[in-house]
Ligand binder design. Structure first.
Ligand SMILES: [Zn+2]
Length: 148
């Protein structure tokens, strides 16, 4: 999604889990443990993908989008379809999205990524640049002084 920000990608963690599995240090019962709630969310709100399940290789993975944030009130923690996210992003200032992949065949599940959505991010890209400056501890003023 174009407006998503502060994206955290979990593909490294996923690869690590698959490595552990391949090495026999963990079993499929450790990773194929999707709860009934997650499976229901996948069935009713999930986004089909064309990625094969890395475990059973017989089904395609489904992405479930969970939303979190104070503005969501009682809706926080619920699954939403991908199509609903841009609509929410226009009405709310900021909320967090967690994407979980689920296999309907063997119950494999893993966090794919998390990111922020909302009107705050649409307001101005310039502000985003300011954030990253603040993050590395140097204010624009201090930077100018350093250039002298
Ligand atoms: Zn599977």
């Amino acid at each position: 999604m174009r407006t998503s920000r502060q994206v955290v990608d979990y593909s490294l963690q996923k690869r690590a889990v698959l490595r552990e599995l391949l090495a026999g240090r963990i079993g499929t019962y450790d990773v194929c443990d999707a709860s009934p709630y997650l499976k229901n969310a996948a069935r009713f709100h999930g986004e089909p993908t064309d990625h094969r399940c890395p475990i059973c290789r017989s089904e395609n993975l489904i992405h479930v989008h969970y939303i979190y944030g104070d503005e969501l009130k009682q809706s926080a923690g619920q699954a939403r379809t991908r199509a609903e996210l841009p609509v929410l992003a226009m009405t709310l200032r900021e909320f967090q999205v967690f994407v979980v992949e689920v296999c309907p065949g063997c119950d494999w599940n893993h966090l794919v990524e998390q990111f922020l959505l909302g009107r705050d991010g649409l307001a101005g890209e310039a502000e985003g640049a300011g954030e990253s400056v603040a993050a590395n501890g140097s204010t624009p003023r201090r930077r100018r002084e350093a250039q002298r």
